[in-house]
Design a protein around this ligand. Structure first.
Ligand code: ADP
Ligand code: MG
Length: 695
């Protein structure tokens, strides 16, 4: 039978999902689990034991010999430590054991994970606790149990805990607003997200020859190939057989794990591709995206590829990002970011929209910080991804509506109409016209916002935590006002009008790549935090602390710890790049160039002896000599500057940004010029045209 006919059975077959639980648990235990996912009630040990037994049995049927608490420390990757089920029972024999206690709680030695100063060494142990709202699964013969990761004093050491807190916050505040519109049915509002993931595939054998790719995930040297993306023939182009086989394999692996992999296509740059899943609740989406990144790398190995998730693997061609599509859905099946059909639905939509516009304007810096990284600095503002300035794109129709609300003027929609919120129906907003502007960092696309600034390698937790919390904050402020209102319709109209008027500056529908936008944005007073070093000082600003603390998402210490970790990570990444660069320059490029210069001088001598001197040898020799000296000098400067990195991570961050990166740019410039002169047989590693057209 065709594989496609088996797909419904294959999908989620390695996930201990709700259906499996229903099948394998007693009704009482199933109900207890369900209740715990809805209201956070802790499970009784006897229930946990029963679930653990059923899970173990099921996992062993899928080939699992081990289990692991799977968590998301404050890095961009996941962590796991595997314990086998084996338990000695005497006489040299074992049985397979897994208890409720082991399911619910783990104690990994946490001292080597970044804590940003949160966890003093005397209490180095953290603990992991099962998150019953995300399903366990089997991968690589282990039962994976998604967990949160906390310190013994209860501080979040991970990315899942604050995400869950932010989802609670936005649910709570959304419901307050819904109640004002007479909705008594909704009990839970869920932040939903669909992350589109970009990646590169390069040939594994070529990859191995590049120390920079192996050490840093990106090329530190190399010229743009003669053919880049100018023919625009790769985007949505036909898949090459080897890539198609990879994608098919990837889909299968993801489907088994219950990841809703939906769309796959070639991206703009050669060797660049994208995968998008069907959206889900933000918690599942974050877990799934971690699995996606993991699987992309693992499956690549089987096909002789290496998958690069770095934001900028190659200079001169587009880098990779992630689009975070975000919306709010109710447990009654409504999308709160979808314009409705009745005046009341539309008033509610406009209020949520106003909250979003106000929130993004007030917390621009906070949002910018969630996408700040050494890798992403190469993309933002570089004409290939949105600028580093946050703004919102609404599309012409919605923008016209917002303007008419601000001006209190008639809206031109066929007939002239004055839009009265809560009384009139909104004119239809067609979906397809709203998604044209690819240059906007935050675009309304009909029924969701698309946050387009994320880097391809980052966890999507941070941006979603920020969006949820910002929205919770604004909705709370609105609810505080409107709950006291004596004349709801009039006060609502006034609130929406005032909000759009005050925060209109964040709305921008023009070309975000245009230089003139930078000037215009400055005039509007919008933040332009060009680099990570500019952005991160805002990470734990007073405003950000108030935002997160008020909404119960981070404590001040938790937020400060994260800011520290980001600053440290930035420095660590640039340091690795600088050291790799020096290593390649000194041990590979300079010796190769010198060998080639030697060869040229022999040839020149021979030619001279034969009485004919040709320009190729003499001119190339001169050019090579000049560039070699420059490169030598630049190497020496980079090396000596690397000896002077300040100890404090924040000072170091600025130093790397202000001193080391310009040093590295110089080394690269001479090396890249040399690459264009030196005989290809002498060049020590594969160049861009080989790497990018190897599929
Ligand atoms: P594109 O951006 O390529 O036009 P879509 O807009 O259809 O494609 O979808 C992009 C991503 O947005 C997908 O992951 C999709 O599941 C997700 N998405 C669609 N609707 C929503 C929604 N209401 N909330 C969050 N994500 C959504
Ligand atoms: Mg998109």
């Amino acid at each position: 039978m065709e594989q496609s006919l088996h797909l419904p059975e294959l999908f989620g077959s390695y996930v201990f999902n709700e259906e499996t639980m229903k099948e394998r648990l007693s009704e009482a235990s199933y109900k207890a689990w369900k209740k715990s996912t809805c209201d956070g009630t802790p499970l009784e040990l006897s229930t946990a034991n029963e679930i653990a037994q059923a899970m173990k049995q099921w996992a062993m049927e899928k080939g699992a010999t081990h289990f692991t608490h799977w968590f998301q420390p404050m890095t961009d990757v996941t962590a796991e430590k595997h314990d086998s089920f084996i338990n000695p029972i005497g006489g040299g024999k074992i049985d397979m054991e897994f208890s409720g206690k082991e399911l619910i709680k783990g104690e990994p030695d946490a001292s080597s994970f970044p804590s940003g100063g949160l966890r003093a060494t005397f209490e180095a142990r953290g603990y992991t606790a099962w998150d019953p709202t995300s399903f366990a699964f089997v991968k690589d013969n282990s039962l994976y149990i998604p967990t949160i990761f906390l310190s013994y004093s209860g501080q979040a050491l991970d990315k899942k805990t604050p995400l869950l807190r932010s989802m609670d916050a936005v649910s709570k505040q959304s419901i307050r607003i819904l109640r004002l519109f007479g909705d008594e049915e909704t009990n839970r509002v869920t932040a939903q997200c669909g992350p589109e993931q970009e990646y590169f595939l390069v040939d594994k054998e070529l990859y191995k020859l590049r120390e920079d790719l192996r050490m840093t995930g990106r090329t530190l040297f190399g010229n743009k190939p003669p053919r880049g993306q100018e023919l625009e023939d790769h985007y949505f182009g036909q898949l090459k057989p080897r890539v198609a086989a990879y994608m098919e394999d990837l889909d299968n692996e993801l489907w088994k794990l219950g990841v809703l992999s939906k769309t796959k296509h070639n991206e703009v740059a050669p060797s660049q591709h994208e995968m998008a899943p069907v959206f889900s609740d933000a918690n599942t989406a974050c877990d799934s995206n971690q699995l996606v990144m993991d699987m992309m790398k693992k499956v690549a190995e089987r096909h002789g590829f290496v998958c690069l998730l770095h934001e900028k693997p190659f200079d001169g061609v587009n880098g990779s990002g992630k689009h975070d599509n975000w919306s709010l859905g109710t447990d009654t099946g409504k999308n709160l970011l979808k314009p409705g059909n009745t005046p009341s639905q539309n008033a509610q939509f406009l209020l949520f929209l106003a909250a979003f516009v106000k929130g993004v304007d007030e917390y621009q810096e906070t949002l910018r910080c969630t996408v700040a990284s050494a890798g992403n600095d190469h993309r933002l503002g570089a004409q290939e991804a949105p600028p580093a300035i946050i703004s919102i794109f609404l599309g012409d129709e919605l923008n016209a509506i917002v303007e008419s609300i601000i001006k209190g003027k008639s809206y031109q929609d066929g007939g002239k109409k004055k839009l009265k919120i809560g009384v009139d129906v909104l004119p239809t907003i067609s979906q397809d016209t709203t998604d044209r502007n690819r240059t906007s960092p935050m675009a309304f696309t009909g029924n969701k916002f698309e946050f387009r600034m994320l880097g391809s390698s980052q966890s999507i937790s941070g941006p979603n935590i920020a969006l949820n919390t910002i929205m919770a904050q604004e909705l709370a402020e609105f609810a505080d006002k409107l709950e006291k209102s004596k004349n709801f319709d009039a006060d609502l109209q006034k609130l929406i009008q005032e909000t759009f008027t005050k925060h209109q500056r964040i709305i921008f529908n023009g070309n975000g790549y245009d230089e003139s936008w930078v000037k215009e944005a400055k005039k509007r007073g919008l933040a332009n935090l060009v680099s990570t070093a500019d952005a991160l000082p805002h990470y734990a600003s007073k405003k950000a602390i108030d935002l997160y603390v008020n909404n119960g998402v981070y404590t001040e210490e938790e937020l400060v710890a994260r800011a520290n970790i980001h600053a440290e990570t930035y420095g660590a990444k640039i340091a690795i790049e600088a050291r790799t660069m020096l290593d390649m320059a000194r041990r590979q490029i300079m010796p190769a160039v010198s060998a080639y210069a030697g060869e040229l001088s022999i040839r020149m001598a021979n030619l001279k002896a034969a009485g004919c001197v040709t320009a190729y040898e003499t001119d190339t020799s001169k050019e090579v000599a000049i560039l070699t000296d420059t490169m030598m000098k630049d190497n020496q400067k980079l090396a000596s500057d690397m000896d002077k990195v300040p100890d404090d991570p924040w000072d170091a961050m600025n130093y790397y940004h202000d001193t080391i990166i310009p040093d590295m740019d110089k080394v690269r410039a001479s090396a890249d010029a040399l690459e264009q002169l030196v005989d290809e047989d002498y060049w020590p590693f594969p160049i861009y045209s080989e790497l990018l057209f190897s599929e």
